[in-house]
Write a protein that binds this ligand. Structure first.
Ligand code: MN
Length: 513
């Protein structure tokens, strides 16, 4: 966990003023240092907190926020008002601040020292009203931020900060995120398309197209020994039928082709500095691949599965929004135990209160969510330009609760849709050899799926066992996009009201559109 975010830090700025004299500020400084050390030593925060001193004037606030903007290591700023800090002095700084903001409403001491408290103590420990003054100016200036209320030593408080830190890491990662589309959007599909210019302005994602002929330049350069070595690694890593190792078999050849495709894709993604990619089953290189060898023999499903586990964002059928969002999920998920994946609503299982949705894809499900060791198999795949057997990892997912998310383009804004889901025990699919999960969307299938459809959600989504809706709330706050959350308390009538109210809100509030 520490390693994943070791290049990042979050700055801690304490608000104060010089009204009570220099001695008070020295004490404020001492307490802040102790708190920041305590937060770092708690072991609960994934990103290091760096104390940046007290801000006692408009000039000091502006200076520290400008420095935060210009420091690539700094992914967010925490503010706390130990004493009363007149909020007009925060205006110019807040106008400048470009990094995510967390306002921590806490206090140095936990309890009131009833017997010893005097006016000096009161002049020093004023966060009860100092933080409200700061909150007022943020609200008046429409500054988006997370407000965390709680004692700084409490685990619940530290957890809320930790969640926000992971989102800040995902956000920082997204600001130079390049997604490469190998092939275009699947023809005629609406929900996976959208405004790429707006996506870059709003969420940071930069989306480029790469013709398949360019992939072939990398494909041609892949050395046979590298492919052999990767195939060997597959056999070591995954369960498989022994006959797949027979070098004269069609199965071996197909595994070998998949490994070559993986090496070519990884090479081009690395070369371009891309963090994610999309594929399209109708665009796989030379149509005469059988004779020229200049193309993939089938969609690179196994490659997509393995690259996803490595952290590359992935979206099928040219779905660049899902590719980008999956990369952000993967970053936020770093060091957490149960994993994440790109998934698609595959088929429905009506079963009364346990009605559920099978989540799968043709091939491309991330093995991080597997309940046990994935199995490498080769089967015929008849979709797309090629109709031939291909390799894939087959598994079922872990049982347990999680959250799935998608972003759609509504024409005037992006909407993030989040659904809490419960993954239940799936049944074997002997005739459908793909990876899968089976879940009940909260609060139940009828309301969960109904709300998702009313919100205009995709059939593709980015799922994680480890993240919760709180992560997505923080993400939507930082990005300034709408979020609709479908959870155990959702009713369709209330959900529809929220959709209608949001329509008006986002129409009036142009800054957020
Ligand atoms: Mn799909």
């Amino acid at each position: 966990m520490e390693q994943a975010f070791s290049n990042y830090e979050v700055w801690f700025v304490t608000g104060a003023q010089l009204l009570y004299g220099g001695d008070a500020v020295v004490q404020v400084d001492g307490h802040s240092n102790e708190m920041v050390n305590g937060l770092n030593e708690s072991g609960k925060l994934p990103v290091k907190v760096v104390y940046k001193g007290t801000a006692n004037s408009s000039k000091e606030v502006e200076a520290v926020f400008k420095a935060a903007n210009n420091d690539d290591r700094c992914i967010g700023v925490i503010t706390w008002m130990h004493t009363f800090s007149p909020a007009k002095m925060w205006i110019h700084g807040l106008q400048q601040l470009k990094k995510p903001l967390l306002h921590l409403h806490t206090q140095y001491n936990a309890e009131i020292p009833w017997d010893t408290m005097d006016m000096d103590f009161m002049n020093l420990n004023q966060s009860a009203h100092g933080d409200r003054e700061f909150g007022h100016i943020c609200t008046r200036m429409r500054i988006r931020r997370k407000v965390v209320v709680g004692y700084w030593k409490d685990e619940a408080t530290q957890h809320k900060i930790a969640v926000w830190m992971r989102v800040c890491a995902g956000w920082a990662d997204a600001q130079d995120m390049l997604i490469i589309r190998f092939g275009d959007q699947m023809n005629n599909v609406a929900v996976t398309d959208g405004d790429k210019v707006e996506a870059e302005q709003r969420m940071g994602y930069h989306v480029d197209y790469c013709p398949f002929s360019e992939v072939m330049e990398y494909f041609k350069q892949v050395k046979e020994e590298e492919v052999d070595a990767l195939v060997k690694a597959y056999f070591e890593q995954y369960d498989h039928d022994q006959e797949l190792e027979d070098k004269s078999s069609l199965g071996y050849k197909k595994v070998w082709n998949s490994a070559k495709a993986e090496l070519a894709l990884r090479a081009i993604l690395k070369e371009k500095g891309a963090k994610g990619f999309t594929t399209n089953f109708d665009d796989l290189g030379d149509v005469d691949v059988e004779n020229t060898g200049l193309g993939f023999d089938q969609i690179p499903g196994l490659a997509s599965q393995r690259l996803m586990a490595e952290g590359y964002g992935f979206g099928a059928e040219g779905d660049w929004k899902s590719a980008a969002l999956y990369r952000t999920v993967w970053v936020m998920n770093q060091g957490l135990s149960k994993g994440c994946s790109f998934l698609e609503d595959y088929t429905l299982n009506f079963d009364g209160e346990n009605s559920s949705i099978l989540q799968s894809h043709m091939l491309e499900i991330c093995p991080m969510i597997a309940a046990s060791k994935p199995r490498l198999e080769v089967h015929f795949l008849g979709i797309g330009v090629r109709k031939t057997p291909t390799a894939r990892l087959v598994f079922t997912s872990k049982v347990g609760s999680g959250v799935t998310a998608t972003v759609v383009d509504l024409g005037n804004r992006f909407r993030l849709i989040v659904n809490d889901v419960e993954c239940i025990e799936p049944k074997p699919l002997p005739k459908l050899p793909v990876a899968s999960a089976l879940w009940i969307p909260m609060p139940n299938f009828e309301v969960g799926a109904g709300a998702w459809i009313l919100a205009g959600g995709t059939h593709h989504s980015c799922f994680s066992y480890d993240l919760t809706a709180e992560y997505w709330e923080d993400y939507a706050e930082i990005a300034g996009i709408e979020m609709m959350h479908i959870n155990k308390n959702t009713t369709l009538s209330e959900f529809k009201k929220e959709l209608r109210m949001n329509e008006v809100y986002y129409m009036l509030n142009k800054a957020l559109c």
